[in-house]
Ligand binder design. Structure first.
Ligand code: NAD
Ligand code: TYD
Length: 339
């Protein structure tokens, strides 16, 4: 079995590569990644020398490079994690989101058609459903919920989902789609809420909470997401969408306070800043379908997962310190200095 994992030098893709190499030692895994600001080759250092792993630097929008890779590797399965993934960046500059997240996905699907790949799995997000009201805790996203996006990021992800379903119906391409809630865990890029707050707290810098911190996200430990995708590849039905989430809704402000407490830092570091434009209020997944059909349930409780994550950031300071000392400094100043 040969699996191409796109975006495998990023947060979830790298965790998926580790999960796959550990749980399916007989598979060949090829990581295709452009190494944008979010991709980091040092993340893959522990698997780089494995005989059944290969890294290929390429852009998923580069049709020639993608076809050449498919021609030489003949993948059985393609799992597409490659994306521009940060909502705030999509609000600043949508173009690259449309290019990578939509055009890139279509190039990969064309390659799957051309080379008869047995499965194309599109890694999507619960953000394609838009948001839910904070005062209606009885409402959840199901696979039937209408797509109703808020940001250029979520719109680009929804577009790719629609394309994948269209390729299935029109060309019979064997696609599956998963829509997961917010992940956290090792190798999470420090522009996102949890790693940003850990890094800032460790450096005694202000913790910028958007609005009043009352927005709710449904957090899932990254390994549980990887396990769910693996199950979909093994047992999922083609042409189907599977929501992934663990009923772990939390307000941003509560997450930030937990991080501060865990690190022994004062709440006076919390700084409320201007809200995100179009900020989604609440995400909440109903995972009944993947539980009922594939038997998936999350295994890591948030209380344990956040401790593991913080420990990882404490033990791997050089990984994130290198990131926040580079190009990230300009990004941080642009996004936060006059907020
Ligand atoms: P990330 O930003 O950490 O990593 C993205 C990776 O894709 C990087 O390695 C980057 O170099 C690569 N990439 C970007 N553009 C590329 C291109 N044109 N060609 C090849 N590679 C390219 O993202 P992540 O948080 O790991 O998210 C992975 C996927 O999961 C994304 O599709 C995202 O939409 C989805 N997702 C993320 C979350 C979350 O909480 N992070 C939740 C649900 C779904
Ligand atoms: P983020 O990690 O960017 O994920 P997403 O927007 O895709 O859910 O943000 C999670 C939540 O945290 C979101 O409600 C925005 C908020 N947030 C802050 O309050 N401050 C920050 O500096 C960041 C990056 C996010």
């Amino acid at each position: 079995m040969t699996v191409i994992v796109t975006g495998g030098a990023g947060f979830i893709g790298s965790n998926f590569i580790f999960y796959t190499l550990k749980n399916h030692p007989g598979y060949r895994v090829i990581c295709l990644d452009k190494l944008t600001y979010a991709g980091n080759l040092s993340t893959l250092k522990d698997v780089m020398d494995k005989p059944n792993f290969k890294f290929v630097k390429a852009d998923i929008c580069d049709r020639e490079a993608v076809y050449a890779l498919f021609e030489s590797e003949k993948p059985d399965v393609v799992v597409n994690f490659a994306a521009e993934s940060h909502v705030d960046r999509s609000i600043e500059s949508p173009d690259v989101f449309l290019r990578t997240n939509i055009i890139g996905a279509s190039v990969l699907m064309d390659a799957c058609r051309k080379f008869d790949t047995e499965r194309f799995h599109q890694v999507s997000t619960d953000e394609v459903y838009g948001d839910l009201p904070i005062d209606r805790p009885d409402l959840f996203f199901t696979e039937e919920t209408l797509l109703h996006t808020s940001s250029p990021y979520s719109s680009s992800k929804a577009s790719a989902d629609l394309l994948a379903l269209a390729y299935h119906r029109t060309y019979g391409l064997p696609v599956t789609i998963s829509r997961c809630s917010n992940n956290y865990g090792p190798y999470h890029f420090p522009e996102k809420l949890i790693p940003l707050m850990i890094a800032n707290a460790l450096n005694d810098k202000p913790l910028p909470v958007y609005g009043r911190g009352e927005n709710i996200r449904d957090w899932l430990y990254v390994e549980d997401h990887c396990k769910a995708i693996d199950l979909i590849l093994q047992k999922g039905r083609v042409g189907e969408v599977y929501n992934i989430g663990g009923h772990n809704e939390m307000r941003n402000i509560d997450i930030v306070k937990i991080i501060l407490k865990e690190l022994g830092k004062p709440e006076s570091l919390i700084t409320f800043v201007a809200d995100r434009k179009g900020h989604d209020l609440r995400y909440a997944i109903d995972p009944a379908k993947i539980h009922g059909e594939l038997g998936w349930l999350p295994e890591t409780k948030f209380a344990d997962g956040i401790k593991k994550t913080i420990k990882w950031y404490l033990e791997n300071r050089s990984w994130w310190e290198e990131i926040i000392s580079g190009e990230y400094t300009d990004y941080y100043d642009k996004m936060y200095s006059n907020r």
